[in-house]
Design a protein around this ligand. Structure first.
Ligand SMILES: [Fe+2]
Ligand SMILES: [Fe+2]
Length: 194
């Protein structure tokens, strides 16, 4: 889609440690979500993809653990994810889209981490196809409603992700850009009516 080639906002080098910290948490959450999703009733092709997806997120997490020198806080159990596939698909599509925008941001500071961005592009593309499939089925309305609900919470999520003080001067522009890109992605997929 058109947004894929937008240039990201350039952050100064002092933002790098805070951004890596953010990734440590986000990659752990992505991994746990993908694990949790495999325990749900998902279509067979999705299940196959989630196995590979889990490996990718596991590898991303290991990279950030190695860079930061510690592991994220362990969880006693996997996060709960929506049981209904259309709702779960929207949630994963949304968070992977958010991860993709952060990976773009990371690339401006760490061009050596380009492979993470490449993986996130694959993850988003897969779920985008699944969303289109859902929108052509009888559960389209359920997916559209959960997309609206998920987007409503997105500004709070993005501001929490950018909570570190070092992001203060950039937060409004960054948050605005991320929201615009994700909303456009949702619209182009057909989740939001134009
Ligand atoms: Fe990832
Ligand atoms: Fe991902």
């Amino acid at each position: 889609m058109s947004g894929d080639h937008d240039t990201s906002i350039q952050l100064p080098p002092e933002c790098e440690p805070a951004l890596l910290e953010r990734f440590l948490k986000a990659e752990a959450m992505a991994l746990w979500t993908v694990r949790s999703a495999q325990q749900q009733d998902v279509p067979p092709n999705v299940y196959v993809f989630l196995r590979k997806h889990e490996e990718d997120e596991q590898q991303h997490l290991a990279q950030f653990e190695a860079m930061i020198g510690r592991q994220p806080r362990e969880r006693a159990r996997l996060p709960s994810v929506p049981r209904q596939w259309p709702v779960l698909a929207v949630q994963i599509f949304g968070y992977e889209s958010l991860g993709l925008e952060f990976a773009r941001l990371l690339l401006t500071l760490r061009p050596d981490l380009a492979s993470i961005l490449e993986d996130e592009v694959v993850h988003v593309a897969f779920f985008e196809r699944e969303i289109r499939r859902i929108l052509g089925s009888g559960v389209a309305e359920q997916a559209r409603q959960s997309a609206v609900a998920w987007l409503r919470k997105l500004p709070t999520t993005v501001n929490r992700y950018l909570a570190a003080a070092v992001f203060d001067p950039f937060r409004p522009a960054l948050a605005e850009r991320i929201l615009v890109v994700i909303e456009r992605r949702f619209t182009e997929t057909g989740l939001l009516q134009k």
